[in-house]
Design a protein around this ligand. Structure first.
Ligand code: ADP
Ligand code: MG
Length: 391
């Protein structure tokens, strides 16, 4: 259903608009590997939208080159090129006088797909984005919520299986709750479609959540840093990046890690926990777990599976350990997971001792009762962050 994704390379790309003294983009070079999400983030006016329009030749380059799948876009006929690049923008995306089905069918029709194939594709895509085709295909954009319109915009952009998707602040006009839903949905969708995506936002939190890599632009379209979310948070290249990601970057990093990535303290037969405010699961982010730990005065939390069985305990000490590792476990710039660092927590591991043995030693100290464990007995091993794990 989705077969195509192509590497995108920007090679010393520059843009100076007619009549402007300063360039909007200055010598921008970066490569997005096929199937990865690159988030372009930066303050208003830093050239994000300009970069998108240069990629699909809506505006001409002043210098440099753009290669899609190794081939210069300058060799391509612009209209034909744009059919191979899905484009999603906020608000004005859909044709108001066409139904949802007709909107989604736009590019397949331009490509003269047979009618039956177009109809099947529309159904398939509407189902993929969670809209019932029978109910939704005949509606007009004005008869949809803002979130539904954005979903249809994404379906339309995906219709002809483009190797590249450009998304310019696609969720910018959506309220925070629906925005979080759309972000989650997009990440699930991307796990299926595996497109090369350039996603523009001015919101660093959205960038951290959505990106395999983040390109931070500053005024004048100068690239300040291009790196994984973990590396941007743990090793900002300069003061501009540090300020842009915010003083709470250590806390933001905890949103990239879930409890599944921590080596939990063994429960040693703790009784099953009824689901409630004091229980968390492996899918809970470390950020949310920390918030609950603090709310409970530092008492360890029981991590349960779906049946309420306690799989392990999480403590303030474990979170502290994760923070003190300072990015050592983050993905490296080429996207391969970094090798696990040796645990260097409060309880030294004997040479040759397996993580499981260390775990048992720790659990003995902690006791079987969640409430009996102290906040200091945590010992974490390599946390695999989202951008460090293979997709
Ligand atoms: P962003 O999307 O990051 O907010 P833009 O790419 O829209 O930034 O704009 C980058 C710079 O280029 C800004 O200074 C903007 O004023 C200027 N600019 C954008 N479009 C044009 C245009 N058509 N003509 C002249 N200047 C433009
Ligand atoms: Mg813009």
């Amino acid at each position: 259903m989705f077969a195509q994704a192509a590497e995108l390379e920007l090679r010393s790309v520059s843009k100076r608009y007619a009549g402007q003294r300063e360039p909007a983009i200055r010598e921008l070079s970066l490569t997005v590997p096929a199937g990865e999400v690159c988030v372009l983030v930066g303050p208003s006016g830093s050239g994000k939208t300009t970069a998108m329009r240069l990629i699909n030749r809506m505006i001409p380059l002043s210098g440099g080159d753009v290669l899609l799948g190794g081939r210069s876009v300058l060799e391509r006929e612009p209209r034909e090129l744009r059919r191979e690049i899905g484009y999603v923008i906020q608000q004005i995306g859909l044709f108001p006088h066409l139904t949802v089905g007709e909107n989604v069918a736009t590019v397949p029709r331009l490509l003269r797909w047979p009618k039956a194939r177009v109809a099947a594709r529309v159904r398939e895509l509407l189902q993929l984005i969670g809209l019932d085709p029978d109910e939704m295909a005949g509606r007009y954009p004005a008869q949809l919520s803002g979130g539904q319109r954005q979903r249809v915009g994404v379906a339309r952009a995906l219709a002809a299986d483009p190797p590249l998707m450009l998304m310019d602040e696609p969720f910018g006009a959506i309220d925070p709750i629906n925005r979080a839903h759309l972000q989650d949905e997009f990440l699930r969708l991307q796990a299926t479609v595996n497109k090369t995506v350039v996603f523009v936002t001015h919101d660093i939190d959205e960038a951290i959540k959505m990106g395999d890599r983040i390109a931070i632009l500053r005024e004048g379209g100068v690239l300040a840093q291009y790196d994984t979310p973990t590396n941007i948070l743990t090793h900002p290249a300069d003061d501009f990046v540090a300020q842009f990601v915010g003083a709470d970057r250590a806390l933001k990093r905890l949103s990239l890690t879930t409890l599944a990535d921590l080596q939990l303290i063994a429960p040693n037969g703790a009784p099953p926990q009824p689901a409630g405010e004091r229980t968390v699961t492996r899918e809970t982010t470390v950020h949310d777990a920390l918030s609950m730990l603090l709310a409970a005065g530092g008492k360890p939390l029981a991590v349960t599976n779906g049946n309420g069985t306690v799989e392990g305990l999480v403590t303030l000490g474990l979170v502290e350990q994760l923070l003190s590792e300072d990015g050592a476990a983050g993905g490296s710039a080429n996207g391969t997971p970094a090798s696990p660092p040796e645990a260097d927590g409060a309880i030294p591991r004997r040479p040759g001792a397996s993580p499981a043995e260390a775990d048992r030693a720790r659990a003995d100290g902690a006791g079987a009762n969640p409430a009996g464990a102290t906040a200091q007995d945590g010992l974490a091993h390599a946390p695999a962050t989202r951008d460090g794990s293979p997709r």
